[in-house]
Design a protein around this ligand. Structure first.
Ligand SMILES: [Zn+2]
Length: 342
């Protein structure tokens, strides 16, 4: 079995303060909390043990990952479920010394259970508020597969509960089948509403998807951007503009986008001076953690611990915090007793 965050408990990687900019609430539910939810809605789709649940999270390819993602979401049906999982996710991240998070949730996937997007958002905030030691901002992740008309309505509903700490709008789902261009008006409206924006791009599809997110959706950050290497002009653009990439190396390996950590372009992008950040995407589904991501980079890709600190600071700089808040986090981090223990 793959090593995971539990093996790194007490290590430098776990003890240093960290931030995360690309993590999905529904993919980060600690396995024991997810098991409780699956048991609650026991039906023909259920698995019979926590071990079997863990085995569901090994993927042949990206499509199978999307199928499993949808399967898991069938078990999130009531507002209380969202408060429950949000609290557990926050506690789990806190235990890893993650201090600040910008976290996706996918509200439009749950209207099928009769849940209202506004109340669902408030339930997530309620769960998060039970763990005040960690600051978690929310990004509502729209779903490409649902199309622009439906997701425009989702956006308007999210705007009504913006003060539940929703700071941004993203888009995920089947990247290859649904290119970014059709969502141009949705993203324009999101900006008018005062949201920051990002898009999953260059993960399941290539360079044209990244260009589309930048030129048409005018996003502030790219989720993944893994396949930027297909286009030298794009690499140069990203470097010159310090355009933030929310990279998720282990996720890309688990879904088959990249063969191994050694082959992952993050090493090259970092050397080029691109604004790379490191994230876990769906840590439970990919059996990863930020500590594990950083350890892989050091042990397999030649990153030093000083480089890891740089990557963490990139995360703060690329966050959507106000400048003074960023500076507070930077001051806190560089003065942390483990920060300079290289
Ligand atoms: Zn993602």
């Amino acid at each position: 079995m793959i090593s995971d965050s539990s093996d790194l408990y007490g290590s430098w990687y776990q003890k240093i303060p960290k931030v995360e900019l690309h993590i999905h609430l529904e993919g980060a539910i600690p396995i024991d909390a997810l098991w409780e939810i699956v048991r609650k809605y026991k039906n023909e789709h259920s698995v019979s043990s926590i071990e079997e649940l863990g085995q569901k999270f090994v993927f042949r390819d990206f499509s199978q990952f999307i199928e499993t993602w949808t399967w898991k979401n069938k078990f999130l049906r009531e507002y209380d479920d969202f408060a429950y999982i949000s609290e557990y996710v926050a506690r789990d991240l806190l235990s890893q010394n993650i201090k600040y998070v910008e976290m996706f949730y996918s509200p439009s996937e749950f209207t099928v259970h009769g849940l209202e997007i506004q109340k669902l958002t408030e339930s997530i905030r309620l769960g998060l508020s039970r763990v005040p030691e960690i600051e978690i901002a929310l990004i509502a992740d729209l779903v490409r597969d649902f199309g622009p008309e439906r997701e425009m309505i989702t956006l308007e509903r999210i705007y009504e509960v913006k003060d539940s700490g929703v700071i941004g709008i993203g888009i995920g789902g089947s990247e290859r089948e649904f290119p970014p261009q059709v969502f141009e008006q949705v993203f324009k409206r999101a900006r008018e509403f005062g949201f920051k924006t990002n898009a999953h791009a260059g993960e399941a599809a290539g360079r044209e998807s990244i260009w589309g997110a930048i030129d048409t959706l005018k996003v502030d950050r790219i989720g993944h951007g893994t396949r930027a290497f297909e286009d030298n002009r794009l690499l140069e653009y990203l470097a010159v503009h310090s355009f933030p990439l929310e990279m998720c190396p282990v996720s890309n390996i688990r879904t088959g986008v990249v063969h191994s950590i050694i082959d992952h372009p993050i090493t090259d992008y970092y050397k080029r001076g691109m604004k790379v950040t490191v994230n876990t995407d769906d840590p439970t589904m990919f059996n990863t953690s930020l500590a594990y991501e950083f350890q892989r980079l050091v042990e397999k890709c030649g990153f030093s611990k000083a480089d890891i600190c740089r990557l963490i600071l990139n995360g703060i700089e690329a966050s959507w915090l106000a400048e003074d808040q960023k500076q507070n986090y930077i001051d806190d981090f560089v003065n942390n007793k483990f920060w300079n223990e290289l």
